[in-house]
Design a protein. Sequence first.
Length: 329
Amino acid sequence: MRLSSIHDSGETDHSAGIRSDVLKTLWPLNGCMPKESTVSEIRLFVTTTEKQATAVLDVMSAIFEDDDYAIATMEIDEKRDVWEASVYMMADEEESVRSRLAQALEADFANLPIEREVLPDVDWIAKSLEGLAPVRAGRFVIHGSHDRDRVKPGEIAIEIDAGQAFGTGHHGTTAGCLEMLASVARSRPVSNALDLGTGSGVLAIAAWKLLHVPVLATDIDPVATFVASENARRNGVVTGLTFATAPGFHSNTFSASGPFDLIIANILARPLMKMAPQLAANLAPGGSVILSGILAEQRWKVIAAYNGQNLKHARTIWRNGWVTIHLTR
């Protein structure tokens, strides 16, 4: 994530009707969970076809890009091609979100009424992660505290339990980043690294455990950086890994630690393309970039944005409709 989905297998969850292979994100666009996961939420949505739902989701992504609002598409009836495109917010934000959404949809989707649903007070974070099995990607195994005994000799274990920040390794984007990280570590020297949009800190922890070099992990949400730092301590990482809340590359945090031999950014395609010049400016000569949170059909747009910054495509990993891209300077 980090911007990603609630279901990571790419299969249909018939109880919820959400398909992760087409889900843009069910968490806020900065890659973190809502700050109070048990507070009642409002879902505003439109009902339409799959094609139009995808187009509406693009509109939502554009207008809510800088906000902590979760957005998603959901299949309701496969045979009749009935889909919903939704945005989630707290009750006190509903009026403002509804107004912005209505204005954005007026030009091309004025015929789609905005519907409303009040969501129950359920800790969806813990609920969605109940019973998840360990995830293996290369030498890495990501597991909850209840699965410590399932770690095999020689594996690099990272323990992540349900919490407020996104990233347990179960989504294809996180697993793809872990696999690509191992590949980069074998082929290129790395003396420092940056995990941009760290979420739970899983990728930063993985980078430190594999490379044993200084790692800077940043997020725009202070909740995420706090949770990530706690996860690092739980995994025995007490030095060499720095967490910082940074709203953008203009923060002094980056210049103080960079340039970086390796930058990992598991966010979303649109912000990744937007930040290409700043990200490239913080990359050291001969450095590597690992990008994910990208749907397969968005791959060439992202690569083109970074080609424009003189970065070359080295490899792409495909997982459940998502891609992880390695670029080099």
